[in-house]
Structure formats: structure tokens, C-alpha cells
Design a protein around this ligand. Structure first.
Ligand SMILES: [Fe+2]
Length: 250
């Protein structure tokens, strides 16, 4: 294999997401594509909406679909996790059970609405209660102004995740660069959902980037710096997700 990237955000498990793959065949195809793009490890992060899902039911469903995928002959490492959408009472939930693997790293999604102060409070209280490392999913998507982004960057131990496909858009580079200037680790995720509209695009961080010099019109250098910055943080976060949390009670 040419590379051994880790995809920190992927909806790879069949039947787990309302907007994910149709069936196991499509999930297997996604795995093959990611592998051909240099990915060796996938964090399976299906959506979890605390207000309409039950933690036990979710974990059982996740275990079953992961088993199905692995028994379909997928030759990759898949670490189960979740993309947990935050809401005001999140600290009252057993968010620690939704971490990636046996670690204390949790992926959190911000709801699609105007920023409100409770969002930071909800994350901070959850993180504090369970000693978690929060990864904010696709931070570029919210297009937060600099001062809001800075508030998120001040959450203790926070990590930002950016979406690989965004690296091919000239107009996204400035925002991604801003994310990387906040002094927190930034990692990459495909956030792939299927093989149709939201297919895996991890190859954007490799030679595919070089194929689009016109598209970047001078921004290629910045895009490469963003990728190098992320690859460094990837190695640190990968160690963390491989570190079991001692006192984790299931
Ligand atoms: Fe996602």
C-alpha cells in the first residue's frame, strides 16, 4: 500500500444512517475506494441523535452492522465510533459510551442553526464530566466567523476535523487555512456517505491535488500546507484513539 491514512469521519456502516449506504454492497465498494486512495483505517462514525435514539440500541445496531461488513470480506481496519449531535442536555447522557474505539475521543456535530452560547457550554460540560477529547466534525461546514471559531478552539483539548473533498475548492481554502491557524490539532475525514453524491474523496490529499493546478490558481501551496498540518495531527490523534480509557464503564 502506498499510504496508510486514517479516515476519522466516515458513514461506512450499512443501514446505520438515514443518509448513508443503501446496502452492504455499497459499503464494501466504499471501503475498496478508500483503500485505493491510501486509507488503511476507517473510523466508522454513524449519526447519533440523542433525542431520538437509545444508546444501547445504537451500540447493538453498530456492532451488528460492523460484523456484517467485516464478514463481507473487507480487508481494512474499521474502528467503531459515532457522530454525536450536540444539544442542551448532552451532558446528562452517557456520551462516554459513544467514543471512538475504547478511547476517550468523541466526534461531535454542531446542529445546523445559528450559533448559540449553549453549544460551547454543552460540549465543555460533557467533556469535563467524562474527561473526553472532543473532535468537532466538519468544522468548515458551519462557516463560523473568526471569533466564534476561536471560542470553539478554546474548548479544552478540542480537535477540529475538516472534510477532504473541500480541499479541491478554491473558495474553501481560505476557510480551511483559518481553521488551521487556531492553534488546535486538525484532522481529516472523508465524511463519505455513499458511492453516489457523497463518495470517498481521500485521494484529494494525494496526487489528485497536483492534477488541479488551475483550480487552485496559487492556492496549491496553502492546500499542501493544510494537508501537512493535518497529517501531523492525524498521527497524534491516532495514538489517542488507540489508547483505551482505563475507567470506561460500558
Ligand atoms: Fe458525518
Amino acid at each position: 500500500m502506498k499510504n496508510a491514512y486514517i479516515d476519522f469521519h466516515c458513514h461506512i456502516l450499512p443501514g446505520m444512517d438515514f443518509d448513508g449506504t443503501d446496502d452492504i454492497k455499497e459499503s464494501v465498494a466504499m471501503c475498496k475506494t478508500l483503500k485505493s486512495q491510501g486509507v488503511a483505517t476507517i473510523c466508522a462514525t454513524p449519526h447519533f441523535y440523542p433525542w431520538n435514539d437509545d444508546v444501547d440500541a445504537f451500540l447493538q445496531r453498530r456492532e451488528r452492522t460492523l460484523k456484517d461488513l467485516l464478514s463481507a470480506g473487507v480487508d481494512m481496519e474499521i474502528i467503531p465510533g459515532a457522530e454525536v449531535q450536540i444539544f442542551k442536555s448532552l451532558p446528562e447522557y452517557r456520551a462516554d459510551r459513544m467514543c471512538i474505539g475504547d478511547s476517550n475521543v468523541i466526534m461531535l456535530e454542531i446542529p445546523r442553526q445559528r450559533f448559540e452560547n449553549w453549544m460551547i457550554e454543552s460540549i465543555e460540560n460533557t467533556v469535563y464530566k467524562y474527561s473526553l477529547v472532543p473532535v468537532i466534525a466538519h468544522i468548515e461546514r458551519y462557516a463560523f466567523p473568526k471569533e466564534i471559531l476561536r471560542s470553539f478552539a478554546q474548548i479544552p483539548g478540542v480537535v477540529f476535523q475538516i472534510t477532504t473533498s473541500e480541499l479541491k475548492y478554491n473558495q474553501s481554502i481560505k476557510g480551511l487555512d483559518l481553521v488551521c491557524s487556531m492553534g488546535v490539532p486538525v484532522v481529516l475525514g472523508s465524511d463519505a456517505h455513499d458511492m453516489r453524491h457523497r463518495h470517498p474523496q481521500f485521494d484529494v490529499i494525494g496526487e489528485k491535488l497536483e492534477e488541479k493546478p488551475k483550480l487552485f490558481s496559487g492556492k496549491l501551496k496553502t492546500a499542501k500546507a493544510i494537508i501537512n498540518n493535518c497529517l501531523y495531527s492525524q498521527s497524534i490523534l491516532e495514538k489517542l484513539i488507540r489508547t483505551p480509557q482505563k475507567a470506561k464503564e460500558k
